[in-house]
Design a protein around this ligand. Structure first.
Ligand code: MLT
Length: 263
């Protein structure tokens, strides 16, 4: 069931379904909560699945300027408050959702039960990548999101997925096309300004699971292996045949891994 939840400075559209230990699913850029639909459909039989659209995305309200990863993480804590969830949650983020996950683990450690980080990075942007994001942030405000919707799927998905599951690509394109340029711009600027999370990894006390697509070119397996070596209690799964959108592309591998991890 989707609902509109008021938090300080924004109204978030949230899917909230099932009962049990809460799993907070946080989407990547420039997407919305629907990328978790396979996980929600399966895991909501045993868990409470909470999947918001971040501010600026999906059907949530838009904030202009720059939205930091820290702000998004604080939004997630405010969302849990608004839903009256006081017990610790499993945080499950993908890519930008993972950048938010590092901030959540640092700033709201008491709210965390376990951390699942999919296809993400701990290091900040190089100057070159940060500059490209600033160009993108400017460009979408001027020219709209059509070009991003056209170019992004080739970066997000494995070639095999593009060939064999074209409906996932179409769906993702539609999500991007319906996203506010202002929201995209604010998050791109926020990612460019994000902290170096490598400094916090050794302090993560919770059990963690890293999931990465075999063909992820944005946050490749070797980079996530490096993250695993820094987190004291951390499992690691490579999803065969998947790109950067592993949970969406190969849910049949990812869902059992999450179930095993949570049992
Ligand atoms: C994402 O999937 O959230 C983005 O690819 C993250 C990024 O551009 O660093």
């Amino acid at each position: 069931m989707q609902k509109q939840i008021q938090i300080p400075g924004a109204t978030l559209n949230v899917e909230d379904v099932g009962q049990g230990i809460p799993i907070l699913f946080v989407h990547g850029f420039p997407l919305d909560h629907s990328m978790w639909r396979f996980q929600i459909a399966d895991l909501s039989t045993d868990f409470r699945c909470i999947a918001p659209d971040l501010r600026g995305f999906g059907r949530s309200t838009v904030s202009d300027g720059l939205v930091t990863m820290r702000q998004f993480a604080d939004d997630m804590a405010a969302l849990l408050d608004a839903l009256d969830i006081t017990e610790p949650v499993v945080f499950c983020g993908l890519s930008m959702g993972g950048y938010i996950g590092w901030e959540f683990a640092r700033r709201h450690a008491e709210r965390l039960k376990a951390l699942i980080q999919c296809d993400t990075k701990a290091m900040p942007d190089s100057e070159q990548v940060a500059t490209a994001r600033r160009v993108l942030a400017h460009d979408v405000l001027r020219n709209g999101v059509a070009q991003l919707a056209e170019s992004m799927p080739a970066r997000l998905f494995a070639a095999e997925t593009i060939r064999t599951q074209p409906e996932l690509i179409d769906e993702t394109r539609k999500v991007i096309l319906s996203t506010s340029p202002i929201g995209i711009s604010a998050a791109a600027l926020g990612m460019a300004a994000r902290n170096d999370a490598r400094q916090w990894l050794a302090d993560i006390k919770h059990q963690a699971l890293l999931i990465v697509g075999e063909h992820d070119s944005i946050s490749p397996p070797v980079e996530m292996l490096e993250i695993q070596s820094q987190i004291p209690r951390c499992d690691y799964l490579v999803v065969s045949g998947a790109g950067h959108m592993a949970p969406f592309e190969k849910s049949s591998q990812v869902i059992p891994a999450i179930r095993r991890f949570l049992s």
